[in-house]
Design a protein. Structure first.
Length: 168
């Protein structure tokens, strides 16, 4: 993880550029936390008290991207790529038989689609109505930054437990 190729957000950008670049920075952070690991390491439950895995986080990120940007914001009829629940948790977190390449491919595609949906709005203040709530693009971008930042904290701990790698 010494080869940090993330693009750091500008310290003087306008609101839209700040939010979209911070979101991309968080996406790149998740990718960096997974870089250089084998499929088995990505599937490893490295913290004894948790069922989280790095691959589960990637699959979760793909589902969340799809849900917020395509289903809620863009009103597309899409379903989660890994439907259902297993033992009371979302199936995306159960990675024992998961295809690593597929998971990263779906995640990258959902990130690209999310960028396209976000760029189709004229303003951060533009809204959609979803199940009786009014939701702005600004809210969705801010929520996604929070979602990634929280899970990137999990990814930090998982990566360190897997191979000792630490870093931002």
């Amino acid at each position: 993880m010494d080869d940090d190729q993330r693009i750091h957000p500008s310290k003087v950008a306008d609101d839209r550029a700040s939010l979209t670049s911070f979101l991309d920075y968080q996406r790149a952070t998740l990718a960096m936390k997974c870089a250089g690991l084998t499929g088995e390491q990505l599937k490893q439950k490295a913290i004894p008290t948790s069922g989280l895995t790095l691959l589960g986080l990637v699959r979760h990120a793909a589902s969340v991207e799809r849900s917020w940007f395509r289903f809620i914001v863009n009103a597309e009829e899409v379903k989660t790529p890994w439907p259902g629940e297993v033992d009371g948790t979302f199936a995306e977190f159960h990675v024992e038989d998961a295809d690593v390449g597929e998971a990263f491919g779906v995640w990258r595609e959902e990130c690209a689609r999310a960028r396209a949906v976000a760029s189709s709005f004229d303003s951060l203040d533009d809204t959609v109505n979803f199940r009786g709530e009014t939701i702005s693009l600004r809210y969705v971008l801010t929520h996604m930054i929070e979602e990634y930042a929280r899970h990137n904290g999990h990814a930090d701990l998982l990566r360190e437990a897997i191979d000792g790698a630490v870093g931002e």
